[in-house]
Design a protein around this ligand. Structure first.
Ligand code: AMP
Ligand code: MG
Length: 358
């Protein structure tokens, strides 16, 4: 059995983050005993400061070493575009470009900026890639957090710089121009986009049955080795691990999770999440421990999962219902955790109508 997602991967050592993450896991399960001529080919590596894992199912032989080289090369290209850590990345160069100066965009950057502009509007600015100055201020960028928490004056000053609508894409879509000083951070969407790009690469090579995972963001396509849709089990947080699961079969979709446990700073016993509320300029404080979004493309799932963390439980649920988005929330109660599904998520669950209780 393979565990993936929010999430603990079998290949990850349990860490302190893993302890909380274990409240939810997505379990990719293979069925045993079915006959199939298809073989499963898996490989993994590192990108964007995290790990990735890919499984391809194919009836004909796959040269895994060649395929994994091609995937790694594609991921390296994407990291060289979207990294906030590499001074020469396309994003870092866009960030250091003067106001009013046209900046040439790669097709990938244009894709991600266009989607980001759309979701910035759609989420009433909860998803806001112009959040960079505050991400840095709170120590979640390339420079680690200082001992002192930022003060209100520093926050107010940086809140003046988070208007993403000040990045204008030229009419022929080949350039972007900053109207005001901006520092863009695409970390909340780039991993999902990279998942979609790897899926595209696999499709171009005529693979249609695969699982792509980068840092917990997923794309599932076609069937697993047993000729079944990929099976994902979500363990209920309130119950003991493995005691009860809702199993769903998923295929041809993306899935992403955001949580307050993976990346945070601790000051005087208070945990500050790496997700920043663009209204307050501070790490989000709400009852959401994690959000999982299922959406056809992983980039949208990724951005929406982050936006939902910002919105908080009730606004996010309202949004998911009005837009018919499949979302799964783990909510912190006083001493334990509970779960909530949007309707679209329930429909996905009902469609497979599988519940396993041990
Ligand atoms: P994710 O893990 O996908 O939720 O992305 C979180 C990362 O996105 C953070 O580490 C920041 O770099 C960045 N970020 C933080 N807050 C926001 C926000 N409100 N909108 C967009 N990106 C954000
Ligand atoms: Mg995200």
């Amino acid at each position: 059995m393979i565990l993936v997602g929010n999430i603990i991967l079998p290949w990850q050592k349990r860490s302190k983050a893993g302890l909380v993450a274990s409240l939810l896991f997505l379990v990719l399960m293979g069925l045993s005993g079915c006959s199939s001529d298809s073989e499963k080919y898996s490989f993994s590596g590192s990108t964007m400061g995290t790990s990735y894992h890919i499984t391809v199912v194919s009836g004909s032989g796959v040269n895994v070493s060649s395929l994994s080289d091609q995937v790694q090369r594609r991921l390296d290209q994407l990291d060289n575009i979207f990294s906030t850590y590499k001074p020469q990345s396309e994003l870092s160069r866009l960030n250091s470009t003067e106001v009013g100066q046209p900046f040439s965009l790669s097709p990938e950057m244009l894709d991600v900026l266009s989607l980001s502009q759309e979701l910035y509007q759609a989420t009433s600015e909860a998803f806001n890639p112009a959040i960079g100055p505050l991400v840095d201020l709170w120590g979640f960028g390339p420079m680690p957090a200082g001992e002192q928490l930022p003060d209100d004056d520093q926050i107010t000053e940086r809140l003046l710089m988070v208007d993403f609508s000040q990045l204008v894409i030229g009419e022929n879509e080949s350039v972007a121009i900053k109207q005001r000083p901006l520092q863009i951070d695409l970390s909340a969407v780039a991993k999902g986009y990279a998942v979609d790009q790897v899926a595209e690469l696999l499709e171009a090579k005529h693979f249609h049955d695969y699982l792509v995972e980068i840092g917990g963001e997923l794309r599932l396509s076609g069937l697993n080795q047993q000729n079944e849709p990929w099976r994902i089990g979500i363990e209920r947080p309130a119950l003991e691990r493995g005691a009860a699961q809702e199993i769903m079969s998923l295929s041809d979709t993306g899935l992403a999770t955001s949580g307050d446990y993976r990346n945070y700073i601790d000051r005087d016993g208070v945990r500050y999440s790496h997700t920043i509320d663009p209204l307050t300029g501070k790490p989000v404080i709400n009852r959401l421990a994690s959000v999982t979004v299922i959406h056809p493309n992983a980039a949208s799932a990724d951005a929406l999962a982050t936006a939902f963390m910002v919105m908080g439980e009730s606004k996010a649920m309202q949004y998911a219902e009005s837009e018919n988005i499949a979302a799964y929330f783990i909510v912190k109660d006083d001493k334990s955790f509970s779960e909530r599904h949007s309707n679209a998520f329930n429909v996905l669950l009902d469609n497979v109508n599988e519940k396993i209780k041990n």
